[in-house]
Design a protein around this ligand. Structure first.
Ligand code: UDP
Ligand code: MG
Length: 314
């Protein structure tokens, strides 16, 4: 199988038939073996029935129905887990992404990239609640992850299969796959893609999504940089906090001996105690995190490196 198109579906029944038609039209000229995986994320409308009728007329359409609404990232992960194509292309089911872009994404993958990320250059969404937060979030994500993309949030992307099998998704993390994959040594390219306004159904997100993305970004940054050595982060904070506590303690003593300010009248004493306590907490947190990290890596045989190829190793 050459290509798996993975589509999360949540209350999108009017969009599925046109989506199917457009995918077929887009791939008609290209000679590849593909599957269209529709993941019904606990839809409340008749999306599943529509998906089922598509699957009955065309065996290339495959349907996964989740037991309840797990969210877009989980729905995509469910699709990735069963996808059998060499290249995996996730896409929205609301027709905002254009299936006509898929052949171009495939070409770019054939050039040798492991990940090609779509960029909705002319994004057709609300300016204040969606586009502006997205611009700011993309800058922040690029800075923090070191993988510079204009549009992390675009669902339409293309992955080589082995790249995806090495990343696990949680929360709102499907957008961070390029950054996580790049950490594993994958090459990432960006390509402008068409974006269309939503014609049927409703958007599932508003401004509150930005906060969720920012919180996930903190997790991703931590995972990227410190997941194999958490003590180096928490330990650093711990040492600095204790050092500040020491300074504040010395200032308290200085004021007692040379300025006659008794310690129990000096608020710095409380600060000293607070800083010492927090510093110890950070150190202990670092130790705990080290233990958890070892469990995480060793129980899953997750190496702390990623090999591209080996020679003569058999
Ligand atoms: N989606 C999903 N589960 C959810 C929310 C959304 O599978 O809980 C799907 C939805 O059907 C669509 C895609 O994720 O195919 C993107 O959702 P939406 O179009 O609402 O997001 P927007 O384009 O507004 O960012
Ligand atoms: Mg949409």
């Amino acid at each position: 199988m050459d290509l798996s198109i993975v589509v999360p579906v949540y209350n999108e029944s009017p969009n599925l038939q046109p989506l199917y038609n457009q995918v077929i039209a887009a791939l008609a000229g290209v000679n590849i073996d593909f599957e269209l995986l529709l993941v019904d994320d606990g839809s409340l409308d008749d999306s599943f029935a529509v998906a089922l009728s598509l699957a009955q007329t065309d065996p290339r359409v495959k349907v996964i129905r989740l037991r309840r609404n797990f969210g877009q990232t989980a729905a995509m992960a469910a699709g990735f887990d069963v996808a059998r194509g060499e290249v995996i292309v996730p896409m929205d089911s609301d027709l905002q992404n254009d299936p006509a872009d898929i052949p171009r994404l495939l070409e770019k993958i054939r050039e040798g990239y492991d990940v090609v990320s779509g960029w909705r250059k002319e994004r057709q969404d609300k300016w204040w609640s969606r586009r502006l937060p997205s611009i700011l979030a993309n800058r922040l994500i690029s800075r923090m992850t070191g993988v510079c993309l204009h549009d992390y949030g675009c669902t339409l992307k293309a992955y080589k299969r082995d790249v995806l099998s090495r990343v696990n998704l949680y929360g709102e993390m499907h957008r961070f796959v390029p950054a996580l994959a790049s950490q594993g040594g994958a090459s990432v390219a960006e390509m402008t893609v068409n974006h269309r306004p939503r014609l049927a159904g409703q958007s599932k997100y508003g401004i509150d999504r930005t906060l969720r993305v920012i919180l996930d970004l903190i997790t991703v940054k931590f995972m990227l940089k410190y997941s194999t050595r958490p003590m180096q982060l928490f330990g650093k904070w711990g040492v600095w906090t204790i050092a500040l506590g020491g300074l504040s303690g010395m200032a308290t003593l200085y004021m007692k001996w040379f300025e006659g300010l008794s310690m129990n009248r000096n608020p710095l004493l409380i600060l000293t105690a607070f800083l010492f306590f927090s510093g110890v907490q950070f150190l202990v947190l670092g130790l705990l995190a080290e233990i958890i990290t070892r469990t995480y890596h060793e129980t899953q045989d997750k190496p702390i490196y990623a090999i591209r190829e080996t020679v003569n190793l058999g």
